[in-house]
Every structure is written in C-alpha cells, then in structure tokens.
Design a protein around this ligand. Structure first.
Ligand SMILES: CCCCCC/C=C/CC(=O)SCCNC(=O)CCNC(=O)[C@H](O)C(C)(C)COP(=O)(O)OP(=O)(O)OC[C@H]1O[C@@H](n2cnc3c(N)ncnc32)[C@H](O)[C@@H]1OP(=O)(O)O
Length: 717
C-alpha cells in the first residue's frame, strides 16, 4: 500500500500507507515499486518525495512477515531501484525511520527530517543486522565509528543528531513533507549521480584493525553469546574493506545465518511479548481495554533510600509533581541532593532543562492529603508498611491510590489495613528505578481494575514496560528466583564452586552469575527475609539442612554470620580488594569453608559438570514459571519472559525462561526435571509441575498456544 500523487506541478509524492507505523509489508513494497515506476515514467515529474502516512515515515520491515516465506518484491532490489533512479528522490522523514525504513531513506538521494524524528537501525534487538544494504550504506555515509555505534547498539537518534552525524541533509521544525517537496523542486535539475550512497568510498580510518577489535570486544561483553552484534561488526568491517558489491554479498550471508537462527526468533518473540503485556487482564475478567485509569497529576514517594530516590526521579521525568518524604532530616537532605543531581544528569543527557521545580521534599506525611497516588518505598518490613498504610488511609483524600514498592510481601495484608483496599496495588520497581525498564504491577484479591489500570498507565508514562501479576510471595520475578538460588547453593554443597556456577551462567548469557549477583546486591538482604520467616531457628534434634521436611542450604546464613555480606563488606562468595570493591576474586577461605561444611554434614563432593549446573538452575526456575502460570499469577508466558529479560538480565537472545523451555523442548525439560527429582526427592522445586506435564501430553504446543491450556479467568463483569 502506497499512495501516489503529483504535487507542486513536478514532484511525484509517494506516501507509504500501513498504519500504525507504515511497516514495509509485501503490499507496501509492491506499492513502492508501482508508484516509483509511475513517477519515473511520468514526464511531468522531475523529482520524487517519499513520505509516510500520518506523520510516521516507516517503522521498518514488517516483523510479523519474518515467520513466513517471503512474498512480494524483496527490499534490497527495491532500494537499489530507488537509488538508481534517474530523477532525484528525497525522503521526508517524520516520526520514525527505523530499520528497513531508514535503509529505504539511505537509498534516496536526499534526506530531510523533522528535528524530533527518530532514526535508527535497531535490527540488532531483533537478532538481525541491517540487511537491506544498511550495513554497507551507513558507514559510507557517516563513517565507520558512528556506524558501529548506531548499528551495534540499535539506538535511535533524533533528526537534530542525525544532521550532526551527516545522516540527513536538512532538519526542519515545520511540516517535513512541505519542506521536502520544496527541496525536491530545488534539486529537480541536478542529476542524482553523485548522491548514490552505495557509490561513496567508505571514509578512511587510521587504524581499522584496532577499531574493529575494540568494537568486537565491546559487543561480546555487552551481550554474551548473542550472534547479531558480532555479525553487525563483521558486516561493517566488510563495508570498510570491500567494494560495495562484495560487501552486500557478505551482508547477505551474515543475514541469512542470523535470520534462521533461534536467536532471531527469540528476540522477535520478545519484541511482541513486550507489547502483549500491555494488554493485561485480571482473573475477574477486567481488562486493559475496558478499564479507565485514574488521573495522576501529583504523587508522593515515602522512603528515600535507593529505590525511593529512583522512583521520585522517574516520576518527575514523566511530568508528575512529586512530594518526596523521609522522616530523618539528614537522610532527607542527602536524598534531595542525590535526586537533584540525578535529575540534572538526566536532563543534560536529554538536552532539556531539569524539572527541579516538579519536586518538593517533606519530613512528615501531611502532604499525603493532597496527592492522587502514594508509592511507599520504605524498608522491607511488614509491620512498618502496615502502620504506614493505616496512616495513609486516614490521611489521604478519597480516591487516592496507595501503592507499595514491596518486592514480595503480601499486598492483601497491606490492603486490609486500609479503609479502601480496592485502591491498593503493588508497584514493584527494579533498581535503579529511574533506569530499569520493568515494573511489576501487583493486584491483590481486592484491588480494583481501576487501581491496576492506573499503576499500569503510570508505569508507561515513566517509560516502563509494566506487567500486571497476581499477589503471591515474591510475585513472579522473585518467586522464580528462589528455586534458582536454592539450586546454586545445593550445587555448592554437592561439590562445585561459586566460580564454576557463575561461569556456566555467564556463558549462557547472564550478565552476572548468581553468586556475583548475590555479592553485588548483598547477602544480608535474603538473610533478613529468611530470619523474618523463622528459617534461621533450627530446633533441637533437627538437621541444619532441613526445614519443614525439605532440603535447605544454610550456606548463605553461615556467610552472613561471619559478616560476609558481599561487595559492601569486601567478602562474600568471593573476595574483593576492599569493602565496596568491584572485582571479584576466588577466595581460598571460601573453598576451605565449603570443604569443612561438607565434612561436617557427611557430604561427599562429586564432579558437577556444565550441563548439570545449567539444567538444575534453569529448569528449576522454569518449573516455577509453569507453576506461576498454573496458579494464574501470570496471565501468560509472555508476562514471565518480559519480567525475566527486563528485570533479571535473562539474555534477550534466549527469549525468556518460558520461551527457552519451548526451545529446549518441553519433553526434555520434563525428563530432566524427573531425573533430578528422583535424585533429590527432598527438593520439591525439582518436581515437574502439572502444567508442564499437561503441555507435554498435548504434544508440546508452541509458546503462543500455552494460554489455551491455562484455566480461564472467571469473569465477574
Ligand atoms: C534476507 C532477508 C532480507 C530482509 C531485509 C529487510 C530487513 C529489514 C530489517 C527490519 O527492518 S527489522 C524492523 C526494524 N524496525 C524496528 O525494529 C522497529 C520496531 N518498532 C518499534 O520500535 C516501535 O514500534 C516504534 C516504531 C518506535 C513505534 O513505537 P510505539 O510505542 O509508538 O508503538 P508500538 O506499541 O511499539 O507499536 C505499535 C504497533 O505496531 C507494531 N509494530 C511496530 N513496528 C512494527 C514492525 N516493524 N513490524 C510489524 N509491526 C510493528 C507493534 O507490534 C504494535 O502492534 P501490537 O499489535 O500492539 O503488537
């Protein structure tokens, strides 16, 4: 679908028409071929403008078409056809020019962009590279270093930055299409020969080897095990070192490998999963499209530790007026300073003025009377939170939403302290809260659909991907983390080391293995929770390694008793050169401690291999994911996968734990869990859950069909 008209007498105007983002579907590509043909064969037409309908140039290839065989004209020759046109072709870039959309613009002879348009080659996030000539044209136009940056990060640039990079010829704050038409009129007589980017020599660089080596190292470190960023660097290297035709051949080969890789499928699944979670529903039948969120103009954040500060910043940046509250005056002053500098840094990055006037500070609760929504981010202590909710309920004006940033406490208990439990929801942010993209919105048994809609909408305004989940211990993310951590501890007891477990998990793609992560976040966090749960009281005559009839590992508790809290104390599962040190080194003390522990408990160390570490940690985590689906805590596997990729550094090229279970094969996951459960009958988290069995019995359907096997929510509407 592309519309054609002649404007200003001699300009052929081609408008891509495929809402919402004018993706290059087969019909759009056919439309471009047909309309370009029309424009080039019309003698009255002297130049051509390509634009997109409804203020959006083009969001790239139609990702939904990637899973079926190609139909319609392929993109590479289409763009070649635009570039080789004898009449000047101008791209009028409004809204977005991404992926194949920007590649189409690179095939045009001139590019005019709105200053606020967003341009980029984000294919790397879909497990691909810019495979319609983008990897070959972009370095020729803006140079190798800038092309490496844009293509390997997939970041978007504004029209204004694009002009500085030399990616566009002109920016405007006016109507882009009108400006492009004027421009097309002005260049109508100039033959476009010298404007064909594919004919440009790639700008020289003094040390290409060092440049590419550095780039390769960076991408390998940033996304361990991901194929696409590596292929992007290889394709750009081809652009820098080979003639265009050979570079295109290399681009094609690399793209073919990526296109058929499981990684591309996983990342494309993740793209759509991120959008699917916005279409939330509750067991009551309430849904995203039938529930109106409440208005939030003014919010209060209570507790200004790391989380409260990040949440305040994120709210201010979303345009919400904030009252930030902390009872201790010294801490309040420190928080004020920290928040101001975070706001200033953020504003500088975005090239805007810091909205310092949007936030005020209070050491008492009185301002709560006048806000639309409160987020408490105090210490993770139920008694403290309950008291706060009682006070808030008495203080706030009718209709104020009360939210808790708890990472796993019972939202229903908090709600029961208030006069209006329907206004209470969990808003579980991830640290640092102004940076991390994930928000778990937790509905309790009495949360109203409007409270959920309000928190979801507020999350969106804050630039988060919000996922609505049910109320249970640890919600989705932390509930699944428990069996994963547990397995890691058990593996240490049985004979391995933190270094080996971490190495296996990092090779899988996690940014950090479980023990390095535990050292970073602090071993004392879990210790406090276990203490509060009464797990540290070993009654006489009971084994230190059993709680409530199940296997329990006291290793974490024993380290905490020694004051080994991780990085902050300079000792944890590893040793650091000083408290607060960052570089983890294996600790001989810990190895000795593990040996003593095994002897003391009659455990004989055995050799644990790579496969066992991976399967026991990951399959236990996935098994809990199936239980979460079975319990209706998450509405579908996409919710779990988005939470894990965005909140728990699950590698995006593996889609998420539930998608990965499908990739491994549900039958295999089931068999391995059965095997490990037989070996360890005292570990309930290894017992395969019923939903997994049910899916296997039903032929292991693909992940997008799993919802058909879940209990239907009971509609009360
Ligand atoms: C050997 C083969 C050679 C092939 C060569 C060609 C290869 C080309 C590579 C590509 O072009 S890959 C695509 C590159 N483009 C992107 O990655 C952009 C993806 N889209 C976005 O980032 C965003 O959607 C947006 C364009 C910035 C708009 O964001 P906004 O927040 O405004 O809206 P969304 O909710 O994200 O999207 C609305 C709606 O549109 C769907 N959609 C968006 N982009 C595409 C697309 N490229 N293809 C298909 N569908 C797309 C999105 O899924 C939403 O719909 P939904 O129903 O809610 O899911």
């Amino acid at each position: 679908m592309a519309q054609y008209s002649r404007v200003s007498g001699t300009v052929g105007l081609i408008t891509l028409l495929n809402p919402p983002v004018n993706a290059l579907s087969a019909a759009v590509r056919q439309g471009i071929v047909d309309t370009l043909d029309k424009a080039l064969s019309d003698r009255k037409v002297k130049s051509v403008v390509i634009c997109g309908h409804n203020g959006k140039f083009c969001g790239g290839a139609d990702i939904r078409e990637f899973s079926s065989p190609l139909t319609g004209p392929p993109l590479i020759p289409l763009i070649q056809g635009v570039e080789s046109a004898a009449k000047p072709v101008v791209a009028a870039i409004d809204g977005v020019a991404l992926g194949g959309g920007l590649e189409l613009a690179l095939g045009c002879h001139y590019r005019i962009a709105h200053s606020k348009a967003r341009l980029g080659l984000p294919e790397v996030h879909l497990g691909l590279l810019p495979g319609a000539g983008g990897s070959q044209r972009l370095p020729r136009l803006i140079g190798v270093p800038a092309a490496l940056d844009l293509i390997t990060t997939g970041r978007h640039v504004t029209g204004a930055e694009a002009l500085q990079l030399g990616l566009v010829d002109k920016v405007t704050d006016r109507n882009t299409v009108d400006e492009a038409v004027k421009f097309a009129l002005s260049v109508a007589d100039q033959p476009p020969n010298s404007r064909r980017v594919s004919t440009f020599p790639c700008p020289r660089h003094p040390d290409l080897d060092a440049l590419f080596e550095g780039a390769m190292q960076r991408v390998r470190q940033r996304a361990r095990g991901a194929l696409a960023p590596v292929a992007c660097v290889q394709a750009i290297r081809a652009a820098a070192t080979l003639p265009y035709a050979q570079g295109m051949e290399r681009e094609r080969e690399l793209m073919a490998t990526l296109f058929t890789s499981g990684q591309a499928r996983a990342q494309q699944y993740h793209f759509f999963a991120q959008r699917a979670v916005g279409r939330w529903s509750m067991p009551s039948g309430a849904r995203w499209d039938t529930t109106k969120p409440g208005a939030v103009h003014k919010a209060m954040v209570i507790g200004l530790g790391t989380m409260g500060r990040g949440i305040s910043v994120a709210l201010v940046q979303a345009g919400v007026s904030v009252v930030a509250m902390e009872t201790n005056e010294k801490q309040l002053m420190e928080a004020k300073q920290a928040i101001s500098s975070m706001l200033e840094r953020g504003a500088k990055r975005r090239g805007v003025a810091p909205a310092l006037d949007k936030i005020r500070y209070s050491w008492n609760m009185e301002p709560a009377a006048d806000v639309d929504l409160v987020i408490e981010a105090v210490f993770e202590d139920m008694a403290l939170k309950k008291k706060l909710f009682q006070q808030l309920s008495a203080l706030c004006k009718p209709g104020t939403f009360l939210c808790s940033n708890t990472s796993g406490l019972d939202v229903d208990q908090l709600a029961s302290e208030t006069r209006h439990p329907e206004l209470v929801v969990g808003m579980h942010f991830f640290a640092p809260a102004h940076v991390m993209k994930l928000l778990e919105v937790v509905y309790g048994s009495r949360s109203s659909p409007q409270a959920v809609a309000t928190a979801m909408e507020l999350g969106k305004r804050m630039g988060k991907v919000s996922v609505a989940v049910g109320n249970c211990r640890g919600f989705v993310g932390n509930r699944m983390l428990k069996p994963y951590l547990e397995q890691a501890f058990f593996l240490l007891e049985e004979g391995t080391t933190p270094e080996f477990v971490d190495q296996v998990l990092e090779e899988f793609g996690f940014a950090m293995g479980v023990f390095r992560m535990s050292d970073l976040s602090g071993l004392d966090v879990g210790w406090r929770v276990r203490k509060a749960d009464g797990l540290l009281n070993v009654s006489e005559g009971h084994s230190a390694r059993i709680r409530q009839g199940c296997r329990y590992s006291p290793l974490g508790d024993l380290l905490c008793e020694q004051g080994r809290f991780g990085q902050k104390t300079g000792r944890g599962w590893y040793q650091y050169d000083k408290p607060g040190g960052r570089v983890a080194k294996p600790d001989p003390w810990l190895h000795g401690f593990l040996e003593k522990f095994r002897t003391q408990h009659g455990l004989v160390a055995h050799r644990i291999d790579h496969q066992e570490v991976l399967e026991r940690c990951l399959y236990a985590l996935m098994n809990e994911g199936f239980r979460i689906l079975e319990d209706g805590i998450a509405a579908g596997p996409e919710d779990i996968d988005v939470i894990y990729v965005l909140g728990y550094s699950w590698p995006p090229h593996r889609g998420g734990p539930m998608f990965y279970a499908g990739m491994v094969g549900l039958q295999k996951v089931l068999e391995r869990l059965e095997h490990y459960h037989q070996e360890h009958p005292d570990i309930p988290s290894l017992k395969p859950c019923n939903l997994l069995r049910k899916l296997v019995v039903n032929g292991s359907p693909p992940v997008h069909k799993w919802r058909e096997f879940l209990k239907k929510p009971q509609s009360q509407l």
